[in-house]
Ligand binder design. Structure first.
Ligand code: CAA
Length: 706
């Protein structure tokens, strides 16, 4: 008996319970305990059946992901699984909650599997940049067949219990036992009585036709050029043609290659980033209850925000300026809900009830009088927002949280327009708000701690990734975006075309390059902002007048068929006229263009991103490096397998980043300045990931001394 594995005997039945909260991950302690217990039970003549199950909410969520990249601790999971399979005593497993990765691999190494209702099983390792590494690629296909096995393993999807039964991954579904332990006893009894047949998965032979393997291999290489582990998973499955031990050995070889890959580092970082951002200094303050939400403004953002809450089951009041805008807002929301019905996220009946009973649209701010939280999503203008908040102050009930969906503006100034600044914060949603996962939670100087924790609790309800930010122009995401947009313009000035910049970054993993993104969003908004800022622009800023010229010609991006590109048949094509303007701009600035390769482009762009990320981390705008990475990953299309700009910085090493900045500064020492925090890390060979959390400006010791 150990802390993490409990054994009880019931007559000839040995019940083995894994108890390693929160998700029974098969970390070193669990493996060691099972490695000691199973052979002992196997050799005990009084034990006739062994039944393995999990305590708490789940069987096991697999290997302990936190052990990846660290020195391995024996016994290794593949050896443990082989030992389970080798048992002479019938050994069965009872699965509830989730049996994922190494959890399912243990289960398929046992001699029969019972599922409980609600179970989901899967081999999600590909999503972490690896492949199943404890026999999963060898045993799962032996149970479900080659094609079904390949589909499960290369997609990593969670398979529901009924389908797992149909596929043959589990042998039975037990919907009568009250607990996994009861189910384990019942199933073990069935084995004793000969009513549940046991067998060794490794003894099953399945055909492995070479053409099927070749087809899947080619498909994975085509679909996932930047994720080599998907194709590697197919290679491993091909080893099912060999005896089980040889196949597992081959799987391990492939697994180890993937484990050492930068994609694995990026994807595991992204997995933890999604969860790490919720650790905030206010965590001790219980959130306020939120049973209803008000939204001010029903344009693209407001309608998206309202939809997000409606989809989460919360009633919404929405106010607009006039009847026509109110009707348009209702139509937008109805359209989004219709989309949810089409995607199977909501039934038609629920949509009808939601629109009829849970959505109230009005032209009067009073409609929000009873809302627990009101989010303003009006035009991005400080004076407009201040007057809305002043009016809202007179309408909202005491204790209601007042949030602004600003993407740049000073939340403290907006809060100052009310008599209750402690109840005010920024909730920066990303468009489309009912789809995008990022939510920047902007904490003002006077925001009460429970207002912040309420926002984090709500984000969980909305299945979003909340990231805490302090106030600055653009907060975390848009502050970095502004900087990288300037860097992208520099690349054009240096000699690249928009298609080259976009192409290089897309080949590196971004879903869409910066110029294609601008065309998609519409160039007119940025044009208006540039005109506003022109009088105060720093004369040292290298400014490219290309976007202005495109707009002056009446081209605003995709919606007008032309922008940085032409969109004649839908697909983007280079626009010779735009290239001629670019050439004129370079000539006017006395620049002779030079050839830039993909790597030059990615290095320049990424360094600008890291530079701004380091600066805002130094300013205490983000609590920690992983929060900055989460913003870029979940709101700005940063490639998941690259983990985020600050993981990239840590992988490159701060000194390398600093050297690049100094090299770029030779051509532009206004744009390229070394952030003090980066200088400090370079001097001490430190890493962003190791910095302590801080939401105030960090004291800097450029020599690296702490
Ligand atoms: N290892 C270590 N920690 C894990 C973990 C794992 N496999 N799975 C979850 N956790 C941690 C989470 O980080 C989180 O920790 P904090 O509370 O400290 O943030 C905690 O457990 C709870 O997890 P969630 O917040 O995600 O809880 P959930 O209920 O929303 O989801 C889950 C549960 C579906 C199991 C989800 O956590 C999940 O998908 N986990 C990963 C499963 C997976 O990928 N397994 C394969 C591992 S790789 C493997 O097994 C390799 C091999 O072949 C040898």
């Amino acid at each position: 008996m150990t802390d993490v594995v409990h054994i009880t005997r019931v007559g000839p039945i040995a019940l083995v319970e894994i108890d390693n909260p929160p998700v029974n991950a098969a970390g070193a302690a669990v493996r060691q305990a099972l490695w000691a217990a199973i052979p002992e039970l196997d050799s005990d003549p009084d034990v006739q059946v062994i039944a393995l199950y999990g305590a708490g909410r789940t069987f096991t969520a697999g290997a302990d992901i936190r052990e990846f990249g660290k020195p391995p601790i024996p016994p290794m999971l593949p050896d443990l699984c082989q030992r389970l399979e080798d048992c002479q005593t019938p050994l069965i497993s009872v699965l509830h909650g989730t049996a994922l990765g190494g959890g399912l691999e243990m289960a398929v190494a046992t001699h029969a599997r019972i599922g409980l209702p609600g179970l989901r099983v899967g081999l999600p390792e590909v999503a972490l940049g690896i492949i199943p590494g404890a026999g999963g690629t060898q045993r799962a296909p032996r149970l479900v067949g080659l094609e079904a096995g390949l589909e499960m393993i290369t997609s990593g999807r969670h398979v529901p219990a009924e389908e797992a039964l149909q596929l043959g991954l589990i042998d039975r579904l037990d919907s009568t036992s009250a607990t996994p332990r009861d189910a384990a006893r019942t199933a073990a009894q069935a084995v004793l009585e000969g009513a549940l047949v046991t067998r060794r998965t490794g003894d099953i032979d399945i055909p492995i036709p070479a053409d099927v393997i070749a087809r899947w291999s080619a498909e994975m290489a085509r679909k996932y050029p930047l994720l080599p582990n998907r194709k590697a998973a197919v290679e491993a499955v091909a080893a099912c043609a060999q005896p089980i031990r040889d196949g597992v050995r081959e799987e391990r070889r492939v697994f180890n290659v993937c484990l050492d890959s930068p994609e694995r580092a990026g994807l595991v970082h992204a997995f933890f980033a999604e969860r790490a951002t919720s650790r905030i200094p206010e965590a001790g303050s219980p959130p306020r209850p939120v049973g209803s939400v008000g939204v001010i403004g029903g344009g693209t953002m407001g309608a998206g925000i309202a939809t997000a809450f409606l989809l989460a089951g919360l009633p919404v009041s929405l106010s607009e300026q006039d009847a026509a805008s109110a009707a348009a807002a209702r139509d937008r929301i109805a359209g989004h809900l219709e989309g949810a019905v089409k995607r199977g996220k909501m039934t038609g009946e629920t949509r009808d009830i939601t629109l009829a009973k849970h959505l109230q649209v009005d032209t009067n701010l009073d409609v929000h009088a009873q809302a627990d939280l009101v989010i303003e999503a009006a035009w991005e203008d400080l004076e407009t927002k201040k007057s809305i908040f002043a009016a809202l102050d007179g309408v909202a009930k005491p204790g209601a949280i007042l949030a602004t969906n600003t993407s740049y503006l000073d939340v403290d100034s907006i809060a100052a327009a009310t008599t209750r600044p402690a109840d005010v914060l920024g909730l920066h949603f990303f468009s489309p708000a009912h789809v995008m996962r990022l939510l920047e939670v902007v904490v003002g100087a006077q925001t009460a701690p429970d207002v912040t924790t309420t926002a984090f609790a709500l984000a969980k309800t909305l299945r979003k990734v909340p990231v805490r930010a302090r106030i600055c122009d653009g907060f975390i995401g848009n502050r970095i975006l502004n900087r990288t947009r300037m860097a992208a313009d520099h690349l054009l000035l240096m000699g690249a075309s928009p298609a080259q910049v976009d192409g290089a970054l897309e080949r590196w993993g971004f879903a869409l390059g910066p110029f294609a993104t601008l065309d998609l969003a519409g160039l007119d908004i940025g044009w208006a902002a540039r005109k506003r800022r022109a009088p105060t622009r720093d004369p040292r800023e290298r400014y490219l007048r290309l976007a202005d010229r495109i707009c002056e010609a009446g081209h605003f991006g995709r919606k007008t068929g032309r922008g940085y590109y032409r969109y004649d048949g839908g697909a983007r094509q280079e626009d010779p006229e735009m290239l001629a303007w670019l050439q004129e701009e370079r000539a006017e600035q006395g620049i002779s263009p030079r050839a830039l390769g993909d790597q030059d482009i990615v290095d320049y762009y990424l360094t600008a991103m890291i530079c701004e990320a380091a600066a805002l981390l130094g300013d205490g705008i983000a609590l920690r490096a992983v929060d900055v990475d989460a913003v870029l990953l979940f709101g700005y299309g940063f490639p998941r397998q690259r983990g985020g700009p600050l993981l990239q910085a840590d992988m490159l090493g701060p000194q390398t980043v600093l050297d690049r900045i100094e090299a770029y500064a030779k051509a532009d020492d206004h744009f390229w300045q070394v952030p003090p925090l980066l200088a400090q890390l370079a001097a001490s060979d430190g890493r962003f990931a190791k910095l302590p959390d801080s939401d105030t400006p960090r004291p800097i010791h450029p020599t690296g001394d702490a």
